[in-house]
Design a protein around this ligand. Structure first.
Ligand code: ATP
Ligand code: MG
Length: 247
């Protein structure tokens, strides 16, 4: 592992686990003679699969979408590793914890709306996300749902298939667009991370996950930035309390 990192990023000076950890991988910061990098390591099969998808997505959207630079992806018998650029910022979730309820908080949330607006309005990349996104998610989730590895059960999956909302124009989507997975730099949301689900799909999924935990006033701030669409209560329920349970 060390040789691999050094080949890609130069001699290591320091390697430390991050304080802010996700649930599906172990994230560490690696300082080398060439710069600072992030190493993500996943060990469980489903999460290794996600990390491979994250590496593929990162490579495909480099230069078009605001994501960390890709350095490398490799696998051993037990683990998978992704090495990427370190972005000097904090997740929106952490940034929101550091401010109080005033205008600064709403400004951060507005910038999230604005960031997502620009992403969804961008030209969808060609050659990614072939076919219908919802159907693909259902198909990929089904074995995990049956194995009891997701919050949602098979009845929920069947219900989601039966109650599918009318389609909207597909756009680029992040695919897990909650405030943990965007980074704030200089007081603004500037970068996506955790991009294993980034593809062409239903933007209402991103929107629902984005606003899921916001209060009424915070939602208004989000929609000051995100002007292209506003999910109905029904759509929100479908995506936030339904589709999200399949992951
Ligand atoms: N490129 C990066 N630059 C700076 N910090 C990062 C970077 N990538 C990840 N982080 C930090 O590591 C944390 C976890 O990263 P990430 O969300 O990718 O991990 P995860 O294990 O997939 O998370 P989860 O499973 O909870 O979605 C982030 O909240 C962020 O603080
Ligand atoms: Mg995350």
């Amino acid at each position: 592992m060390i040789e691999k990192i050094e080949r890609l990023a130069g001699p290591i000076r320091q390697h430390k686990l991050l304080e802010e950890q996700g649930c599906t991988s172990e994230v560490s910061q690696v300082e080398t003679e060439e710069g600072t990098f992030i190493l993500k390591k996943a060990s469980q099969p489903r999460y290794r699969d996600w990390l491979r998808k994250e590496a593929q997505a990162l490579q495909r959207v480099q230069g078009t979408v605001a994501v960390p630079g890709f350095l490398g992806f490799w696998e051993s018998d037990r683990d998978s590793y992704l090495l990427m650029e370190y972005i000097e910022g904090v997740s929106l979730t952490s940034a929101l914890k550091r401010v109080d309820d005033g205008e600064e908080r709403l400004a951060l949330i507005r910038s999230f709306g604005d960031f997502l607006q620009r992403f969804h309005e961008g030209e969808p990349l060609e050659g990614i996300g072939e076919g219908d996104w919802l159907e693909r998610v259902w198909e990929e989730a089904e074995p995990y749902v049956r194995a009891g590895e997701t919050d949602g059960d098979i009845e929920l999956l069947e219900q989601l298939k039966a109650e599918r909302p009318a389609s909207v124009k597909p756009t680029m989507i992040h695919g897990d667009c909650n405030p943990d997975n965007v980074l704030v730099v200089d007081g603004e949301v500037r970068c996506f991370i955790d991009v294993s689900g980034m593809t062409v799909g239903d933007p209402r999924y991103d929107e629902s996950l984005a606003i899921g935990k916001f209060t009424g006033k915070e939602k208004d701030a989000f929609y000051d930035g995100y002007k292209r669409y506003r999910v109905s209560d029904e759509e929100f329920k479908y995506f936030y309390h339904g589709m999200y349970e399949l992951f």
